[in-house]
Structures are given as structure tokens and as C-alpha cells.
Write a protein of this length. Structure first.
Length: 356
């Protein structure tokens, strides 16, 4: 089969690799119809390997060496492995990609995203930027007829966004500021608007992203290059700051702006992953009783079905989608578009589509 194989920084090749074989116990063999790419893939291409176990076996997946990318994907079940119930050949599914053991203390408490043996399909083991992929059935949910393939492939990143929103406690009755509205940030903004958050404030340094945030439902879009972000957010919230600020840029400046933009007794949720440790003003944090909350991945059992439901019943997918490209064009039209800030929204890949 054809697949996008990661060999190192700047080296992703579309090549022929062996089929993944029959599904094992608890697994599905999936023919991939759409696969998404995101900042994690672009980061591995630019600066990796960071998450891909290229030189040493991953402690949980066991994978080592060149690896098929793709942790956002949907497709049709080709084969069902032993001990799998609820799935059958021909059924369309979306995969959440996060593999958990089901037995550790975190899994037993329902927090499978914190599993002691967690790993991610497409980041620590072969993924869905390929014609075929094997995945645990526990990471997959059925896709209803009303959900298009393009939309289904967005279920994993939307599930991450929904998990972050749940951690934030944001509701429709108060303001929510989202710093960084590319990638996951755009899904957070769009999902918040779909869930009734009318006073949505989007902050970014890219006008194309800010315009997309307006389409997604942001009441106001603030260009972070135009001045002090915290001052701008306070001006939009009666001088008090937003009750909830979600930091999705992954920059030190974004986290600092988030802490300055939140009101007394408010909450900051850190979604964007910081490349290097940054300073946090704990004195100010304590005096204003600000909650600083972390969030990671999603809980497959709850967040993934909710994501598929939202993608089925709302126009969110069409509002977020930028383009669908063939697998052959992954690097020039996909990954390099992300690294070069030339993506106006979500880029999806059609792995089975061969360029003439």
C-alpha cells in the first residue's frame, strides 16, 4: 500500500509499504478515506523527531524507526478482529487515535487520556496517512450517514477541542477568549460557538485565521500584533477580563497574554504545548485566585462520539475546511502549507486518490 512515512526532519516520503495485515484481537482494519494533518505533523517535519520514536522503541507502542504518520483519520472497516463487538465490514468509522490500556488507575477512573501506557496512532505507531491502517476498536466510533467523509476525519481534533472546553467550564452566559485560532484553536472557537457561547473573543497574529474565527462565530477578532492583548481583552469585557481564557497558540507570549486577560477568580486553560518552559507569575495568580488548568488529548468514550455528533448536525466542518489533497501532494500542498502559514483552515488528505 502507499503511505506517508516519516524518516526524520524534512523527510516525509510517499512510498510503498507492506499492508498492515489482518486485525488482531480487539482491532479493526480500516480503509482510510480521509486523513487530517495538524501542527504536530508540521512540528515533526520541521524540528523532529520529538514524538515519533525514530531511534529508540517507544515504551508503550514498541515502535521504532520510520513510521507512517496520521493521527486524524476516518474510513470504512474492511475486517474485524477477534473479540470485537459493535463493528462490521463496510461500516464507516472515525478514529480517536489515542490508545489506552483500560486497566490502570486512570483508565479505571475514566481518564483514559492520562493512561499509564498511553500512545497515539500516527505519532508513536503507524497511522492513517495511508491506504490502510489497523486500529483498536476501542479508539473508533461509528459515523452516521449524515456525516460526510471530510467531516468524519475532523472528529479527533474536534474531540480534543471539546475536551479542552469541558476542562474550561465555559458556558454560553459569559465571555470566552481563545488565544491562537489555528489548528485546535479554530475547533475550540467553532465548538464554543456551536454550544452557545455568544461572547467569543478570538486572538491571533494572522488575519486569515482571524477572519475564519469571525465566520466560526467570534464576536470580535483581535490582532495580537496591533497592541497589548490583555488590554484589548479587558476593553472588550468591561475592564474586568474574560472569565475563561483558552491559550491555544503554544507560545510564551500567548500564555502571558492569557494570564493578563483573565478576570479575578477566572480560569486559564493551557492547550498549546510550550516548546520550552516559561515563567508564570504565581504571585499574581494567587492574589487574583486564577485557576491555571492543563488539558491533553481527549477521552475517547465521551469526547469522540460528541465530536461526531457535532460534525453531523452542524456546519462546523465546512467552516473549518481549507482543502482536500491527494496523498502524493502531502508535503508541498499540506505540510509545507502549514509550516509556511499558508493554510486557511483544515487540510485533509485522500490517501486512496492517486495523482494521474
Amino acid at each position: 500500500m502507499r503511505a506517508a512515512v516519516y524518516h526524520g526532519a524534512g523527510d516525509v516520503r510517499i512510498e510503498s509499504v507492506p499492508d498492515p495485515g489482518r486485525p488482531g484481537p480487539g482491532e479493526l482494519l480500516i480503509e482510510v478515506t480521509r486523513s487530517g494533518i495538524c501542527g504536530s505533523d508540521a512540528g515533526e517535519f520541521q524540528h523532529g523527531p520529538r514524538q515519533v520514536p525514530l531511534h529508540a522503541p517507544h515504551p508503550h507502542s514498541g515502535h521504532v524507526g520510520p513510521m507512517v504518520l496520521g493521527h486524524e483519520f476516518a474510513g470504512s472497516v474492511l475486517q474485524v478482529g477477534p473479540d470485537v463487538a459493535g463493528f462490521e465490514p463496510g461500516q464507516r468509522v472515525a478514529c480517536g487515535a489515542g490508545v489506552s490500556c483500560g486497566a490502570c488507575a486512570w483508565c479505571r477512573s475514566g481518564r483514559t487520556n492520562l493512561c499509564a501506557r498511553y500512545h497515539t496512532i500516527g505519532l508513536q505507531t503507524n497511522g492513517g496517512l495511508a491506504e490502510l491502517v489497523r486500529a483498536p476498536a476501542a479508539t473508533c466510533v461509528p459515523v452516521p450517514d449524515g456525516c460526510a467523509d471530510d467531516a468524519a476525519a475532523m472528529a479527533q481534533p474536534l474531540a480534543v477541542a471539546l475536551h479542552a472546553l469541558a476542562r474550561s467550564g465555559a458556558d454560553g452566559g459569559s465571555a470566552l477568549a481563545v488565544i491562537g485560532v489555528g489548528g485546535i484553536g479554530s475547533f475550540i472557537a467553532g465548538a464554543a460557538a456551536q454550544r452557545g457561547v455568544a461572547d467569543l473573543i478570538a486572538i491571533d497574529v494572522d488575519e486569515q485565521r482571524l477572519e475564519a474565527a469571525r465566520r466560526l462565530g467570534a464576536r470580535v477578532a483581535i490582532d495580537a500584533r496591533a497592541g497589548d492583548v490583555a488590554e484589548a481583552v479587558r476593553a472588550e469585557t468591561g475592564g474586568e477580563g474574560a472569565p475563561v481564557v483558552i491559550e491555544a497558540s503554544g507560545t510564551a507570549a500567548g500564555l502571558s497574554a492569557a494570564l493578563g486577560s483573565v478576570r479575578r477568580g477566572g480560569r486559564v486553560v493551557a492547550v498549546g504545548l510550550q516548546a520550552t518552559p516559561g515563567a508564570v507569575d504565581l504571585f499574581d495568580l494567587s492574589l487574583r485566585e486564577v485557576d491555571l488548568v492543563g488539558t491533553v488529548a481527549h477521552v475517547c468514550r465521551t469526547d469522540l462520539p460528541a465530536a461526531v455528533g457535532m460534525l453531523t448536525t452542524t456546519p462546523l466542518a465546512s467552516l473549518v475546511l481549507d482543502r482536500v489533497i491527494p496523498l502524493d501532494r502531502l508535503v508541498p500542498d499540506g505540510i509545507l502549507a502549514l509550516t509556511g502559514h499558508r493554510a486557511g483552515g483544515k487540510i485533509l488528505v485522500a490517501p486512496a486518490r492517486v495523482t494521474p
